[in-house]
Design a protein around this ligand. Structure first.
Ligand SMILES: Nc1ncnc2c1ncn2[C@@H]1O[C@H](COP(=O)(O)OP(=O)(O)OP(=O)(O)O)[C@@H](O)[C@H]1O
Length: 265
């Protein structure tokens, strides 16, 4: 479903080259729920931007649902839903319901199918009380549920989430997690989840990938991740240990032919 083959992405910043992602390869199969972890600046958002076609890789190849994201953005939009927890895709001044109607028109979703899907999401995410409220008046938890709905109204096969539980209280977090779990198990939607909240990882993900300095440093189950640091049982302590044991600075000038060291899991 997601096939990443030795991709890299660099940026020129004030005369130096920042390698945000280097030689990154992984595959995510249909129906998987995969967590994508890494310290600040590790390259997670850059990866997601390449998977969703916002950025083209500077090297390597990526396909999502069989499509090259940066070249087939319109076709990909039908296959993928994306939620950026720190930004909204909803129309700020419009009632939530009208934002959804605009999404329906943009994605050319059949009216009956849309109605059915929105009813289902309204029930599952408890949107009923604020469908008529302008987005700017929604609480963060309400807005996030609106953003998740907007990303799923066209029934994509892949959902990419960038910090979907950031800033949510424990009840909202639990509701969003329960919804995502059901979406994956009952609907078979493939999910890639980026988060700094290890509760999301423990409660939702069968598989975890850890990126550091733009490279894949770990790919396995949560239990295998835990076992990488003998004596540590808390996932938070294990991940902190892996981040701290990473010896290189996160950005540095490029020296041709030389790669910075990475943390090994
Ligand atoms: N448009 C850009 N121009 C220049 N440098 C960039 C750009 N986007 C990202 N970078 C750099 O690439 C590196 C990886 O950034 P990225 O946003 O992918 O990290 P991240 O893992 O998502 O971090 P965080 O957890 O803090 O969101 C960082 O050093 C960042 O400064």
């Amino acid at each position: 479903m997601i096939d990443v083959d030795r991709i890299g992405r660099s940026f020129r910043v004030r005369g130096t080259t920042v390698h945000a992602v280097r030689d990154l390869s992984f595959r995510v199969g249909a129906g998987e729920f995969v967590g994508y972890l890494g310290p600040n600046g590790a390259g997670k958002s850059t990866t997601i931007k390449m998977l969703t076609g916002i950025l083209a890789p500077t090297s390597g190849r990526v396909t999502v649902a069989g499509l090259d994201p940066s070249r087939r953005r319109t076709a990909l939009a039908r296959e993928i839903g994306v939620v950026f927890g720190q930004r909204t895709t909803l129309w700020w001044d419009l009632p939530l319901r009208d934002s959804f109607e605009l999404v329906r028109l943009l994605y050319k979703v059949d009216r009956a199918r849309f109605r059915e899907r929105l009813d289902e999401m309204t029930t599952r995410l408890g949107l009923g009380d604020f469908l008529g409220t302008p987005v700017r008046q929604l609480s963060l938890g309400q807005r996030m549920r609106g953003d998740i709905t907007a990303a799923l109204l066209h029934d994509p096969s892949v959902l990419v989430l960038d910090e979907p539980t950031i800033g949510l209280d424990i009840v909202s977090k639990a509701e969003v997690r329960a919804f995502l779990r059901e979406l994956n198990t009952e609907h078979g939607t493939t999910v890639l989840l980026t988060t700094h909240d290890l509760g999301d990882i423990e409660r939702l993900c069968r598989r975890v990938m850890l990126i550091d300095h733009g490279r894949l440093a770990f790919d396995g189950t949560v239990d295998e991740l835990r076992a990488t640091v003998p004596g540590e049982t808390s996932i938070e302590d294990v991940v902190a240990h892996l981040y701290l044991s990473s010896p290189a600075p996160r950005t540095r000038p490029h020296h041709p032919g030389e790669d910075p060291p990475i943390a090994t899991a």
